[in-house]
Design a protein around this ligand. Structure first.
Ligand SMILES: [Zn+2]
Length: 256
């Protein structure tokens, strides 16, 4: 495995249907500890020059057609529509919709990144869904926003990336109640061990994709736990304020 392969995981499903979907790991960047090494989050204490350089490393390693758009994330279900070449926006949004060849990205460290593409319609989406975004049905709203821009649910492919797993995501009773009611069948992804309650956030987001009309065969899950694998991933639950950030990026290659 080359260093460039190591700095991200690729969605095979999106890849095989003509889209680019990648999830950065913490490898291959230049940030020193505790942000070692491919930190893609600004304002955390890492040098901003390092973060900008890391983004260039990822863009080049993953052969992204252009720099991805990014927004200010607020754990909601707001939508930002992006076109053409990307930048860091000052708009607040946890759902980015890409049209006209845009590349789009969300930042995560434990939260669920969901990447969607309708290559036929030329519409893509990136979703940042922690437990609050999951309760707000961000993933369902993303599919609806794609449809408003010409996508068809039956043509959409989705990949759920690395996030905190049901092994590590312990939640309180209030969060469990909110999550179990957030979509049809969500309660099946809450489990109890002794007196503790755990949620499978990726499982609930997969349910939301089904609720939004995406067929099971069009949903891929990369079931790696960010909290368990310290060597490979940043984790807010594990590292708190010292946690770097990953980027999940989706794009459509330029027509040739
Ligand atoms: Zn875990």
């Amino acid at each position: 495995m080359s260093m460039s392969d190591d700095c991200f995981l690729r969605s095979e499903l999106l890849s095989s249907h003509g889209a680019i979907g990648i999830f950065s790991s913490r490898h291959g960047g230049i940030s020193p500890p505790p942000f070692d090494s491919l930190n893609l989050g600004s304002g955390l204490g890492d040098d901003e020059g390092n973060v900008a350089h890391n983004l260039n490393i990822l863009t080049s390693a993953a052969s992204l057609p252009r720099t991805p758009h990014r927004a200010i994330q607020v754990h909601g279900a707001g939508v930002l529509v992006c076109r053409n070449s990307g930048d860091q926006h000052q708009d607040q949004a946890d759902i980015l919709i890409g049209v006209d060849g845009a590349a789009i990205a969300v930042r995560v460290a434990d939260c669920v990144p969901v990447l969607l593409a309708d290559p036929e319609a030329g519409v893509i989406a990136a979703v940042h869904a922690g437990w609050r975004g999951t309760v707000a049905q961000a993933t369902i709203h993303a599919v609806k926003a794609m449809v408003r821009h010409g996508a068809k649910p039956e043509q959409i492919f989705a990949c759920i990336g690395p996030c905190i797993g049901p092994c590590c995501f312990e939640i309180d009773t209030n969060t469990a109640n909110n999550l179990s009611r957030c979509c049809d069948g969500a309660h099946r992804f809450i489990h109890h061990v002794d007196n503790e309650t755990y949620a499978d956030l990726a499982g609930i987001n997969a349910r939301q994709l089904r609720c939004a009309g995406i067929t099971q065969a069009h949903i891929e899950r990369i079931s790696e736990c960010t909290c368990c694998d310290e060597q490979r991933f940043y984790s807010w639950r594990r590292d708190g304020k010292m946690a770097g950030r990953h980027l999940a990026v989706v794009a459509l290659p330029d027509a040739s």
